[in-house]
Design a protein around this ligand. Structure first.
Ligand code: ACM
Ligand code: ZN
Length: 737
């Protein structure tokens, strides 16, 4: 997708000639320009910090970044002249008119950070902290560390103004403390926009004084010991906004309208078409209940919640949701139909446009530009809006032609609630999309292929999503034993890092300086920074860099992607652990399938295994691999269940064929039935006898999906056995027919 500089030869030369600069700093996101000098600045207990009037807050943030780990009690001084000795923060000529730009100059006696604006000064500070040893992120004093910064001049400014993350606190209520920590994590990588998904079917999290039941009722699901939820008071939200502002993170509140609003409807049933009483759902589904588009009371409600919301969030943007409305209720509602007729509208889509236009007018009264999921981008939206492009990239073109802005939240690159890999043992995550690897995120280019250059100013950037519906798909958190302390937070950290670092670079660094290989190299030193900062993350799997055929088998070459870690491996088909042999040079193996390797840090943190996945070329015409069976997951003699995750394979309505193919073992696989589940509920089955061995008969099963929903989890359970014993191996392939 991204047309990056393909001049590999040129890149190789560049990397050679400036490798010293890269190796010394390993900055992420990579700045626009780094020029290295001679010598270095040593931060000492006596180092003074000077700040120009107006930059006291930035100076204090610098002290709070340096003091805990250094243990130094820095002296802060306001001064409008540049000192000769110390660290100086100033507003001035940063080499760019971009308000987030800065120039950082490090010499033997002076570190000077000049920002175009306080935001630029803040980013100069973030870069300075990344130039110090990783121990700087620790909250406790680190002894015997030399706090040295190499002499250099860095001039820097971002590529895009909207460098975002979306946090879904509606499906799962995260504490205020986590939100503040999340802001810190964003700021560390120069991300500047937190899209706060505050309301959904399963929870309303923003206190609205005029409608107290939104939070007292809509903020909680379940009863008794199953009751869960919570909400932020207006004071909490003001605190988050101020915390974000100090760190150049703009918080954009989202009020989901007219769908994804069942929590509000549970609190005030008159808001929906039927007026019926519903509960706040404790499980994930997309509610059919919409806010009624015909009643005046709906618009009075919206007017008021917007009024209270904008009083809390100074952002110029207000996100109004707009996704995934189904019109069953509007079609059956006499009030909606009366409104439609009175306005001369023909379809429910036109009624939705009418609804969005009214909401846009209300937001406009408060000076807010509306943001909405890409469904809101359609002809007839009068005032300029921001389309958050998630499932339909064409909407970015529609938006640009109509003069609207776009922010890319594309499902294939930005949905961080999807796992990074399909390696067995990978964290359970949203399964309706294929995995999104670190490299895939790095391939994102918000200027979509074919987008005319003249529309560049309308492409604001990108925003990754952390949807929390997985938390309410059942027992996911209980099923993650490795992270059972603060597990919801650690789970989100794991999904966020390292991918947010890749997104940060895609949105910050000039395109000509974005090179995957160089990024992967610089990332090696980031993991120890995450560790020191107390951030959870996914440890990279060892990287295969060579595989040669030899007389005895294969020579395998791996690369370790984490500074301070080691690779440990096995050659007998068992999984490695912290005591397996350490990889020091290329390893020769007889069978590729018997080789496994992991990254191990401090004997306590592990990656998932690197392994050679089985090749099933001969079955490709039956579609994609959905499961492998082997003696570990297949019962012998007695029928039992083989469970398969349809995630990423079932991608829409239609008929799917499932084929079972034997590959090895003493037994055939006998199959009695397959049953398909959506979000844990049985939706269809195919019952007939079949088998597969050296011969196969009736080994095809089919099923129809006709209520596909994005985000839904599809599971397939097959009733099977090995007909003699469990010694059977094979693959299940899936194809839409
Ligand atoms: C979305 O994922 N429904 C925007
Ligand atoms: Zn209605």
């Amino acid at each position: 997708m991204k047309i990056k500089y393909q001049a590999r030869f040129l890149l190789a030369i560049l990397l050679l000639s400036s490798s010293a600069a890269f190796a010394q700093f390993n900055l992420v996101p990579l700045p626009q320009q780094i020029v290295t000098g001679e010598g270095s600045f040593l931060i000492k207990p006596q180092t003074k910090i000077f700040y120009e009037k107006g930059l006291k807050q930035q100076a204090e943030l610098l002290v709070s970044a340096l003091s805990p780990a250094t243990g130094f009690d820095f002296v802060l001084l306001e001064s409008n002249t540049t000192p000769v000795n110390g660290i100086a923060l100033r507003i001035g000529n940063s080499g760019s008119s971009n308000k987030e730009s800065y120039k950082l100059t490090v010499s033997k006696d002076l570190i000077s950070i000049v920002g175009n604006h306080s935001a630029g000064v803040f980013y100069g500070i973030q870069t300075l902290v990344q130039m110090l040893p990783p121990e700087v992120y620790h909250k406790e004093r680190q002894k015997a560390v030399k706090w040295e910064v190499k002499a250099s001049v860095i001039t820097d400014a971002p590529l895009y103004p909207w460098r975002g993350m979306m946090l879904d606190v509606a499906r799962y209520f995260f504490s205020k403390e986590y939100v503040l920590r999340f802001i810190d994590m964003m700021a560390m990588y120069k991300m500047n926009t937190l899209h706060f998904h505050l309301t959904d079917d399963s929870g309303w999290r923003i206190e609205i004084k005029k409608y107290p039941k939104l939070t007292t009722v809509g903020g909680f699901s379940g009863v008794g010991s199953d009751r869960k939820g919570g909400y932020y008071t207006q004071e909490d939200l003001k605190e988050m906004v101020a915390y974000g502002l100090a760190r150049n993170v703009d918080i954009i509140p989202e009020l989901e309208l007219p769908a994804h609003a069942q929590a509000a409807i549970a609190a005030y049933p008159y808001l929906c078409c039927t007026g019926e009483q519903y509960d706040v759902p404790g499980q994930h589904f997309i509610s059919k209940e919409l806010l009624c588009a015909g009643k005046d009371s709906t618009y009075e409600f919206i007017e008021h919640i917007i009024k209270e919301t904008v009083a809390l969030f100074p952002s110029k943007y207000l996100h109004i949701g707009g996704d995934e409305a189904v019109y069953t209720r509007w079609k059956a509602c006499p009030i909606c139909q009366k409104k439609k007729a009175a306005l001369g509208l023909k379809t429910e889509e036109q009624l939705r446009l009418h609804f969005n236009r009214r909401v846009q007018k209300i937001a406009g009264k408060y000076g807010k530009t509306i943001v909405g999921w890409d469904e809101i981008i359609e002809d007839g939206l009068e005032d300029q809006a921001v389309g958050m492009i998630w499932h339909d990239p064409k909407k970015a073109f529609t938006a640009a032609k109509a003069g609207h802005y776009s922010v890319m939240s594309l499902t294939g690159y930005c949905y961080f609630d999807v796992a990074e890999s399909a390696i067995p043992g990978e964290i359970k995550a949203a399964g309706w999309l294929p995995p999104i690897s670190l490299e895939k995120v790095y391939q994102l280019n918000p200027m979509l292929e074919g987008m005319d250059e003249k529309y560049r100013p309308l492409i604001l950037g990108a925003s990754a999503t952390l949807w929390a519906d997985q938390f309410i798909h059942g027992t996911i958190l209980q099923e993650i034993p490795l992270i059972n302390e603060n597990r919801s937070e650690k789970y989100f950290d794991y999904l966020t890092f390292p991918r947010m670092s890749a997104l940060a670079e895609v949105l910050w660094t000039p395109l000509a300086r974005q090179h995957w290989q160089d990024f992967e190299n610089r990332m090696r030193s980031q993991y120890s920074r995450y560790d020191a900062a107390g951030i959870g993350y996914r440890m990279p799997v060892p990287k295969l860099i060579g595989q040669e055929k030899t007389a005895a088998g294969f020579l395998i070459k791996l690369e370790n992607l984490v500074d301070g870690a080691e690779i440990r491996y096995t050659t007998d088909g068992s999984l490695p652990n912290a005591y397996s042999p350490v990889y020091t040079k290329a390893v020769e193996v007889k069978e590729l399938a018997d080789f496994y390797a992991i990254t191990v840090l401090n004997r306590s943190q592990f990656s998932l295994p690197f392994y050679f996945p089985g090749k099933y070329e001969q079955f490709k015409k039956y579609g994609e691999l959905v499961a492998e069976w082997n003696p570990q997951n297949v019962p012998g003699k007695e029928f039992g269940l083989l469970e398969m995750n349809g995630g990423g394979k079932i991608r829409g309505n239609g008929t799917y064929a499932l084929h079972f193919w034997y590959t090895a073992g003493d037994s055939r696989l006998e199959i009695q039935s397959i049953t398909v589940y959506k979000n844990g509920l049985k939706i269809t089955e195919d019952v007939h006898d079949g088998f597969t061995g050296t011969e196969a008969n009736n080994n095809k099963y089919s099923f129809k999906i006709d209520n596909y929903e994005t985000g839904a989890v599809f599971t397939i359970k097959a009733k099977v056995r090995g007909d003699v014993d469990e010694s059977t191996n094979g693959v299940v392939m899936i194809k839409k027919i």
